[in-house]
Write a protein that binds this ligand. Sequence first.
Ligand code: PMP
Length: 383
Amino acid sequence: MKYFDHAATTLPYEDVTTTVAEIMARHYGNPSSLHKLGEASSKLLSKSREVCAKALDVNPGEIIFTSGATESNNFAIKGAAFQYRSRGQHIITTETEHPSVYECCKQLEQLGWQVTYLPVNTDGLVSVEEVLAAVRKDTFLVSIMHVNNETGSIQPVERIGKRLKEHDPRIIFHVDGVQGFTTLPLSLKESGIDLYSLSAHKLRGPKGIGLLFVREGITLFPLLAGGGQEGGRRSGTENIPLIVGMSKAIRMTTEGRRERETKLSTLKTKLMDGIRAIPELEFNSTETGASHIVNFSFPGMKAEAMLHMIEEAGYIVSTKSACSSKHSEPSRILLAMGKGQEVALSGIRISLGEDHTEKDIEELLAVLDLTVRKLRNIKGREN
Ligand code: PMP
């Protein structure tokens, strides 16, 4: 089986898997305990925080460990909403955010907050001007993802952050960085980003662990009350093995970023050129999007049928995102980009990983070509 679903999750680095197992067996002390075992865990926790902070070029005190990006996004948005309620109750986001942002905003609407969901253009992008035009006196938060998980569209978060801060420095800017971190460098300091979410399992770390960068000076209302871990901001005994595993993966991701981006860009171009040569396929991704995601449709053909045929040939790809692919509704993201129902129902996402080779792409393209031929035959017989 060849795996082409790296936007859904990744195989952890071997070094990460062995480190996590070793720490589970040896360093089981609770970092809050005063004895030696606790102290050893506490040291690992501090060290990991430093490693993550260095990779993000921020202060260790600005990193909060969470259970993953779903929690980080919920914490960023609800934590800011509850904390800054008196400042205003208006949020700006986009129509194409991950469900952990989108549904979180929907929940807040039920509780009395107001949310502007900015539309995107045919490439899935919002413009800086549209964001600024949506700002109101009571806007306290803007939440925009860096890279879309279904299509790879790269939002201009650096420019949005800078202009937003010039416009009103009190507005908090949150970025879901999950799909951008592996290939795109981003200066949190210079981009006016106040809150930034990451998930370890998208960058070859373990599942169930993530982080939220919270710029110094910003307070979030804690969603998890309890023993006051993470400086009182996120209670619950810290998961030391996963935290250490994530810090390793984050360090390795950052160190290899430039090389990975170059390699994946070449592979993506090859993949897109090959797909372009297959008649009837329509792209939902652009050349200028993130280098690890290519999304396309075979209009009129259910994505699920295509996915299973590709799988039978030994290749794993995806329809929409992993979290929403069990629902056979059209993709909310593709509809927001102005695609018709047929295209939005037939989106296939191929997401590349750093270990792929040119030969893998050639083989995948041959499978895609054959699959389309077979499906076209079936379609022809049905008509
Ligand atoms: N945001 C984006 C853009 C994602 O792709 C994902 C994972 N599908 C998440 C947030 C949620 O991350 P996690 O699986 O760690 O909760």
